[in-house]
Design a binder for this molecule. Structure first.
Ligand code: FAD
Length: 367
């Protein structure tokens, strides 16, 4: 009906991958984005010569070769390996939970000794049916690991005591009985050299993108421009919040330029004490080695209660919100003219590789 085959609402990763595939197949696409930047939450700012992950640390990891090959067509990835540290009561520990962590925590030197410790603590916790997150964690890993690394961090993340959080938030707590600090088990991992903007610019190359344009402020005019819409914004907003507002947790980022070349020696340090109000400090230069020798940029991450106008970061997939989302999903499924995709439209936390996979699959179905 209009000059475009597809109107794509949102220039985040989902919208960018879908736009790229459709354009490659000869379709005419228009992308509208309400922010003044492209890439959604992957967007990187450049501060003091350093690529700064503006919406939180982003590490690409996947075992899906097609996804990996696809993103590597648009950006070269470095060999960054995520090996975060945990700071607890003045000491540093390696994450994820592995032999290095157990050695620092208990002085154990063999996997057998570590297994015995954990089994003793799990038995001492004597939890048959976990009724909350605390009991769930105690039954999985025992008291020492729970108190040092899970309790304070999780309570800051969710803003309530672990005894009041549902057990389902933690399904598994993987324990590794090797001296391996690589956080992800995936085959491929890295950060685009030059930052995520390189990847997004590559995906959106030659595609018309209108920045600073909120779909809802120009809805009827935009709808008339294209045969079909891909919508990657919030699903409750699309349907005028007719069943209520879906809930999220949000984050506040405090970014600082420091007059030293290396502040913490690692990209990610988690702060697991309840008394320290932030959950993580990210030192951006360690993601890709960008930046001068004399300065560095760090970001403290403070989880907080979501209010209207905040960035919706983490969906709260409890029973009430899931039931509300299911109702929105029924409306979305019945709308044959609009496709819904991405973390906001599907009210689900997705890692980047999952977003790429979903957007590739959707474009294949459309073609
Ligand atoms: P978004 O990036 O949110 O894009 C949606 C876009 O739509 C946005 O640009 C938005 O402005 C736009 N939009 C919304 N409404 C409208 C409207 N009405 N009109 C116009 N435009 C609109 N994944 C990993 O794989 N590794 C990580 O290490 C990792 N770390 C993360 C850390 C944090 C703190 C968070 C929150 C997420 C992390 N992720 C990570 C997940 C990653 O951010 C997502 O997979 C990805 O951003 C989802 O892309 P998307 O396109 O669905 O959503």
């Amino acid at each position: 009906k209009g000059p475009y085959d597809y109107l794509i609402v949102g220039a985040g990763l989902f919208g960018a991958v879908f736009a790229c595939r459709m354009k490659a197949a000869g379709k005419k696409v228009l992308v509208v984005e309400r922010r003044d930047t492209r890439g959604g939450n992957l967007y990187c700012d450049r501060i003091a010569g350093i690529n700064v992950h503006s919406y939180g640390a982003h590490i690409f990891h996947t075992s899906d070769k097609e996804v990996w090959d696809f993103v590597n067509r648009f950006a070269e990835f470095n060999r960054y390996t995520n090996s975060p540290l945990a700071y607890y009561r003045g000491k540093l520990y390696n994450l994820p939970f592995n032999m290095n962590t157990f050695y620092s925590l208990w002085g154990v030197t063999t996997p057998q000794q570590a297994c015995v410790r954990i089994e003793e603590q799990r038995r001492a916790a004597a939890v048959a049916e976990p009724r909350n997150l605390e009991e769930q964690a105690l039954s999985l890993v025992g008291r020492d690991i729970y108190e040092a690394f899970i309790k304070g961090y999780t309570e800051k993340q969710w803003g309530r005591p672990c005894t009041e959080l549902p057990a389902f938030i933690i399904k598994r707590l993987p324990l590794r009985f090797t001296f391996d600090n690589n956080y992800f088990n995936d085959r491929y991992q890295g950060i685009p050299i030059g930052g995520y903007n390189v990847l997004i610019d590559g995906l959106l190359d030659g595609i018309e993108v209108r920045l600073g344009m909120d779909f809802f402020e120009h809805r009827s005019r935009l709808e008339a421009l294209a045969d079909k819409i891909l919508y990657t914004g919030s699903v409750d907003r699309y349907f005028d919040y007719c069943f209520g507002r879906l809930e999220y947790r949000t984050l506040r980022f405090e970014t600082e330029v420091l007059e030293c070349g290396n502040y913490q020696g690692n990209a990610v340090v988690n702060y697991t004490d309840a008394a320290i109000p932030y959950t993580r400090i990210i030192e951006h230069r360690h993601f890709d080695g960008s930046g001068p020798e004399s300065r560095t940029v760090i970001t403290r991450e403070y989880p907080s209660e979501y209010r209207d106008g905040d960035e919706p970061y983490y969906p709260i997939n409890d029973v009430r919100n899931e039931a509300m989302y299911e109702k929105y999903k029924m409306l979305a499924d019945a709308d044959s003219n609009t496709l819904f995709g991405g973390r906001l439209a599907e009210y689900k936390y997705y890692d980047m590789h999952q977003i790429v996979r979903k957007a590739l699959d959707l474009s294949k179905r459309e073609l």
